[in-house]
Design a protein around this ligand. Sequence first.
Ligand SMILES: C/C(=C\C(=O)SCCNC(=O)CCNC(=O)[C@H](O)C(C)(C)COP(=O)(O)OP(=O)(O)OC[C@H]1O[C@@H](n2cnc3c(N)ncnc32)[C@H](O)[C@@H]1OP(=O)(O)O)C(=O)O
Length: 282
Amino acid sequence: MSDAEATFSSWIGTTELLEDDLSPAQAYAAAATLDDATTMISGNATLPPLWHWFYFLPRAPQSKLSSDGHPERGGFLPPIPYPRRMFAGARLTFYRPLLLGRPAQRKGEIRNIVQKSGRSGNLAFVTVGYQFYQQGILCIEEEQDIVYREPGPPVPAPVPAELPPVPEGAWTRTVTPDPRLLFRFSALTFNAHRIHYDRPYAINEEGYPGLVVHGPLTAVLLLELVRHTTSQRITGFSFRGQAPLFDLAPFRLVATPEAERVILEAQGPDGKVALSAVAELS
Ligand SMILES: C/C(=C\C(=O)SCCNC(=O)CCNC(=O)[C@H](O)C(C)(C)COP(=O)(O)OP(=O)(O)OC[C@H]1O[C@@H](n2cnc3c(N)ncnc32)[C@H](O)[C@@H]1OP(=O)(O)O)C(=O)O
């Protein structure tokens, strides 16, 4: 066990309970942000997979935000001393869709804290489990990996290169991220992390070459490509962020269907995989 793991092990098992009434207003805002004119949003509609990320928003008062924009650590999340927070990945099982306009509960729990040494320096991964309930029934189970990096050299911008060939039968979409999209996604998720909308901060403080695309935004865009292309039910989804994407160039989404699943990639302008994912279908 590393020093950091020993120091913060008492956080494992910490829980948090949030309630949300799943207002249709937030789903309308999500549909607008995603340029989605077809998803039905009404009192009895169901929430598409991953759209629960637009609910159960953080409630830290302004005076309790850190300089990076996230709520101060040391409450539900442990006070890991590495300053650069990123969303590293998640694994989800969708048992039944949440219903809009009805109260729902989110139970959160700190499940694990692991220190690793990566090419970018020392890393601490915090795994957070979430369970979503409506009328006492478990609807979604989720595990998120949040990574904290120590400060390191500036992250270079990807060098544009030819993209790899698209596999036969794959669905693709090119996304041009811009500050308007990133700002609206930050607003939807009530995420004040400055790397997504404050360019001088992202470059001068955290060492990125531009605004950082939210991992959850890329994940939502990939799963929306699946949802709008197949009529099969999405029962599971997992993803891992391998390299950041920036608002400096378009990136490509590639979805390759297999028997009961879809293999997903977000490819950066350098042709490398920035985020890999799998959607399970039934
Ligand atoms: C919202 C939100 C924040 C965001 O949205 S931030 C933007 C989205 N996230 C990203 O762009 C993260 C992209 N990933 C990276 O930048 C790098 O993968 C990362 C996490 C910095 C690690 O890179 P390294 O080169 O330093 O690490 P290595 O590849 O050498 O691996 C070292 C060990 O760590 C494990 N590992 C690496 N990446 C992940 C991952 N995504 N999930 C889980 N584990 C990971 C890797 O397996 C190695 O482990 P070993 O046991 O083999 O040593 C918000 O803040 O809310």
